[in-house]
Design a protein around this ligand. Structure first.
Ligand code: F6R
Length: 611
């Protein structure tokens, strides 16, 4: 979704904001803008990438020590200069940036129109700004008070940051449902949607909570609730290095993140998986071990790629722990009045920790008494703070819009949780348990082996890049991998792709098969191996092209398939962590071959903070 950056302090604000917007561009990239306040309030905005804004500002007066900036992912109104943020109030005194959606903006807009306001954009943001401005002008109150009054009327999600010509050294920000981090420097403050624009200046940050208002001057940060009571800011130290958010010589963040996976999976296992003692140490699990192991039911709640991790986990938890598992799209779960009992455990899976649907889904389940356990990548994120307990994936910042390393880290965490619970419950025998610990331990090395075959996958990608459609098939643990492969391909290459359980193919999708259709089989050795070979034969018999992810040494499929991508032999339970790697590389290289912006595919945003 949109990205927000703001600065107040002794530095020139514009370069800080511009650099921050570039770091946040993965969140939204259809337009960008800045507002800078020195002798006067200057607002510049432009449709397109942050670089387009930068180019349009060459030669302009950009001097200021306070300013706000925004990169947009359109919700209300098409991407255009006029709909880009910041917006300016009718009085001309205020400029505002906003991330989120004001749901009742239509009603507010009508009220303002009745009072004679006109609008220069189609956005809900401009409506909220006029509303705040109107309250301040008519009630003769402070901006802070006007914001509080306005926000009590607003439904929806927001982070807003406002610049005011009447208080030229002060930024006011407020949040509900969208993320906001404040970096504390020496006599200066940085505001951003996540820590990436802040990290190079300071590691001391405050995460603003819902219904909080921040009044920020160069050397002062005041936090209040909407009832005007002062709160003590909780200052945290960022555990992140600048190098983690830079490309480090790779052509794209996505490729860098694919190649980081041996390290990210290792980091995720490190300190948790202890082969020598045969133990898995996870404090979040240990604190709630009774509730977790005695759960009546586990419900995995997530979206997109994280939902696919939940599907893999369903197979693993049911197999190893014998606990019934349901996997829910958070967007459906939150609206459909689900039956939740006290003994239920919700596992919320999210890379960003800010996905609006997942956040609201767990809030609802929490109200009904479920234990909420987060499997999350971003420390201090909204879902992390809403969960009772959790385990971080430690994959580091994921900048490429398509999720790669977060997925494998989610699988590593979920597998460890399942193994730990199975051991506690006694639903796994010692031999299998120890075998799976070793299998998990060996994953980073095996991922490295797959990455060494990148050139082969690149060639395969180029061979099939002009296909119009793709079908992805898998069985058992590999079925969710097929779904993930199809999702990666459509996101990155804009080629239509569908994932199915391989056996389901004959109930409809097989009608699509002809000599132009590449069918990707995730067909490593597992309990279903013979069956998936039969499915492959069904495709070959109809002249479909078969690309297969296979285990090392699988001569049968090598002879049958048009192309193969080989992965090291492993237990079927950990196989998805390996088998998804060729899927990621295939999608990546097809996208690159087609000349597309793989890090920022059209219409997508990294952190989906609107429903
Ligand atoms: C796909 C992708 C999305 C996200 C989904 C959930 O590559 O990145 O499908 O997985 O938007 O996001 P998180 O995990 O941040 O909740």
């Amino acid at each position: 979704m949109c990205g927000i950056v703001a600065y107040v302090g002794p530095k020139e604000a514009y370069p800080v904001i511009l650099k921050g917007l570039k770091r946040l561009e993965y969140r939204g990239y259809d337009s960008a803008g800045v507002a800078l306040l020195s002798d006067e309030l200057k607002v510049y905005k432009k449709k397109g990438m942050v670089a387009d804004l930068e180019e349009s500002l060459v030669g302009k007066d950009l001097h200021a020590h306070i300013g706000i900036g925004h990169t947009r992912w359109a919700t209300h109104g098409e991407p255009s200069d006029r709909n880009a943020h910041p917006h300016r109030s009718a009085s001309g005194k205020l400029a505002m940036i906003h991330n989120g959606i004001i749901e009742n903006y239509g009603q507010l807009k009508q009220e303002l129109a009745n009072k004679g306001y006109s609008f220069s954009s189609d956005t809900d943001t401009e409506v909220l700004l006029h509303f705040i401005d109107d309250i301040r002008e008519n009630n003769h109150c402070t901006l802070e008070e006007a914001i509080r009054i306005a926000l009590r009327r607003v439904t929806g999600a927001y982070v807003i940051v406002i610049l005011d010509t009447e208080s030229p050294d002060t930024l006011i920000a407020a949040r509900k449902g969208s993320p906001l981090v404040i970096g504390i420097g020496k006599g200066e403050h940085y505001l951003a949607s996540d820590a990436s624009p802040i990290i190079e200046y300071t590691k001391e940050v405050v995460y603003v909570n819902d219904y909080e208002l921040a009044i920020i001057k160069p050397d002062e940060l005041i936090l209040k609730n909407l009832g005007n009571e002062k709160l003590t800011p909780y200052v945290q130290k960022l555990d992140m290095e600048l190098a983690a958010i830079e490309k480090g010589g790779y052509e794209h963040f996505m490729l860098k993140e694919i190649f980081e996976q041996p390290h990210t999976i290792y980091d995720c296992l490190r300190g948790r998986l202890d082969i020598s003692s045969g133990k898995i140490l996870m404090s979040g699990v240990e604190q709630h071990i009774e509730q977790l192991k005695n759960a009546n039911r586990i419900i995995m709640v997530a979206c997109g790629t994280s939902w696919h991790a939940g599907l893999v986990a369903e197979y693993i938890f049911e197999e190893l722990c014998r606990i019934p598992v349901e996997v829910e799209y958070a967007s459906e779960f939150r609206y459909r009045n689900p039956v939740i009992h006290k003994g239920d455990v919700i596992i919320a899976i999210s890379q960003s920790g800010e996905t609006a649907d997942t956040l609201v889904a767990i809030e609802k389940a929490k109200e009904q008494g479920a234990l909420i356990f987060g499997v999350l990548n971003v420390v201090g994120s909204s879902i992390a703070r809403t969960s009772h307990a959790g385990a971080y994936t430690h994959a580091g910042p994921e900048i490429g819009v398509a999720s790669t390393k977060a997925f494998t880290a989610q699988l590593a965490v979920l597998t460890m949780i399942a193994l730990k619970l199975a051991k506690e419950k006694g639903t796994i025998d010692e031999k299998r348990y120890l075998h799976l610990l070793t299998e998990l331990h060996d994953i980073p090395e095996k991922v490295q082996v797959i990455l060494e075959q990148t050139e082969n996958i690149k060639k395969i990608a180029e061979k099939y890049a002009d296909a119009r459609d793709f079908l992805y098939l898998g069985r058992g643990y590999n079925f969710p991998v097929a779904l993930e492969g199809a999702l990666k391909l459509k996101e990155i290459s804009y080629i239509h792709a569908e994932g199915y359980p391989a056996a389901e193919m004959k109930h409809g999708p097989i009608a699509l098969v002809d000599e132009t259709l590449p069918v990707v089989f995730v067909a490593t050795r597992d309990a279903y191996h013979e069956k998936i070979i039969s499915n492959m034969q069904e495709i070959k018999a109809r002249k479909g092209m078969v690309l297969a992810v296979i285990s090392e040494g699988d001569e049968t499929i090598t002879k049958m398939a048009d192309d193969v991508m080989v992965v090291p032999v492993c237990d079927e339970i950990v196989a998805p962590m390996l088998n998804v790697i060729p899927m990621q590389l295939l999608a990546y290289y097809i996208g690159v071959y087609k000349g597309l912006n793989v890090d920022k595919p059209r219409n997508l945003a990294k952190s989906v903070t609107v429903e």
